[in-house]
Ligand binder design. Sequence first.
Ligand code: RIB
Length: 301
Amino acid sequence: MGRVAVLGVFVADLAFRADRMPVMGETLLGRSFAMNPGGKGSNQAVAAARMGAEVDMITRLGQDDFAQMAFALWQEAGITPHVTQDPDSYTGAAHIFIDASSGDNAIIIAPGAAAEITPEDLENNRAVIKSARVFMTQLEQPLDAAMHGLQIARDAGVTTILNPAPAAELPWEMLALCDYVTPNETETHSLCGVEVTDAASAQTACDALKNLGVARPLITMGAQGAYLDGVGLVPAVTAGDVVETTGAGDAFNGGFASCLARGMSPEEAVRMACAVAGLSVTRAGAAPSMPMRDEVLALLG
Ligand code: RIB
């Protein structure tokens, strides 16, 4: 089993379940509130660890209660933290609106100390990245830091995964460092201008992303599944009623990275990742919704 090194952000998710979003100037009574560990990088690290990978997490935190929440989560999941704690900043938080009927979400994230992650932080963790089989990052921390991590991994022959979330336009120099780029439909549009609605348009987007330098695009398509270039549409795996979709993409990415680190083929890793995401949406919260490997294997039979 190879290691997975994750560069990313931890935040405390403050999740409000309500019938609709308030309009500007309005106060709305919600149905419930929950505070859970979140942040795309940390969620992906937890998903990978619960799928059996040995995981290293590279980030910055403040010195506060939310930082303690992060360390407790990672200890419970068996994740090795590589953290700089900034006494002058704070650990990030996210405001999450959850639509009570569909479980869909809308998010505002303030990354706090993680917004100050630098290329030097990655340089300080060069040995960690080089010892991994897979390096994975997202776009919640500064771009130059993500790019430096990808460069270190690429130079060392480590498989690189970029989950380009939140949506952004990216320089080709960054995309060219990625073995896999894993956008959802919205992020795909931001990257290459193609509207993904079905398998045919997903292939068009894959071709556009390859022209931008991505080695192998992997587009997540929600309830339809995921489209892996060279393979096609791998169908979604349903595990029950949808409770909350927050973190579903992270579940997919963490599951995919973990399976690649285990030495599985990309196609089989995508199939497993679809099951990880399928289970995660049947539960509330982001990090708490990540399933264990045994549950995933049981679901796939
Ligand atoms: O992908 C879901 C995550 O995005 C949430 O946990 C929230 O923290 C935001 O970072």
